[in-house]
Design a protein around this ligand. Sequence first.
Ligand code: FDA
Length: 309
Amino acid sequence: MSLMRNMLLWGSQQAWLRDSAMRRPFVRRSVSRFMPGERLEDALGAAQALQAQGIGTILTHLGENLTDPAEADEVTRHYLEALEAIHAAGLDAQISVKLTQLGLDFDAERCQANLLSLLQRADPIGNFVWIDMESSAYVERTLEQYRIARRRSSRVGVCLQTYLRRTAADLESLLPLGPAIRLVKGAYKEPREIAFPRKADVDESFFALAQRFLTADLQAPGALLAVGTHDSRLIGRITGTLAHRPAAAQVEFEMLYGIQPRLQQELVRTGRRLRVLISYGEWWFPWYMRRLAERPANVLFVMRNLFAG
Ligand code: FDA
């Protein structure tokens, strides 16, 4: 893991840095590259514009590791409103939640109740709820919550990180459920005993896990593989195998707002299903630092904004 990536991921957890950075205009200007704004309306506007280009979306309200039950309930209410607003606007937009936003850190039952209330609303209006994957300390609890939710509804999916050594076994254990899985490389700072330290191994693990999904016999409604990456080489390798797979119709591609827009358009042009994840909200600092860590060249972009006045 590069020194720069390590420093950025360390910085993502520092409250003093967060408080100072969030006030700086040049940081705020840099963030706007990755998010259309802080309000739900900003995200809905961006979703509308992407829909006009044939791109579906997923909305996520930034925030994590909440410690106050009232706040977790408030986030849940916010997502219920978001589901209503999406429905009213006729948008092809789903939602994605972090379980530590719904109370996982202090009350697993409350978290489950919050998650199920989102599913209860998403189900009748034909929407879909994604569960993000946070750092490795949360994987077991997140999958436990997913299994319960998946038994209640087919309109729920979970993210798996290909940098984790455990993920092949996790995928195997989920396949009998006919799951919706979003594969991503993984964005947190993890020790080498837990996560592959070499990028080549993370990429290879991604390809192998995608192939495993595609060769499984998945008849259950809702079974889906979301390929969540901006890595054109990996996307090319995976699309290269799709022609021979009956499960090809159960594949979609997912990327983050503002990253690789040309690749996004190329996928749509070649008839692939694509969703773009749009983040919004005031609590953007740790999430933004993870985006910088993914591509340290982004730090140069921040510096340019510093001097842009
Ligand atoms: P890689 O890092 O190899 O990048 C491939 C290329 O994409 C780079 O060469 C660069 O050109 C471009 N690129 C990638 N990141 C960029 C950036 N930040 N800025 C500019 N260019 C960039 N992680 C997690 O741990 N839990 C989660 O729940 C999710 N959820 C999630 C949803 C979706 C839809 C996506 C696309 C990603 C996530 N992630 C995530 C993040 C994921 O783990 C990973 O950190 C990023 O997707 C970056 O990795 P890539 O697969 O794009 O490959």
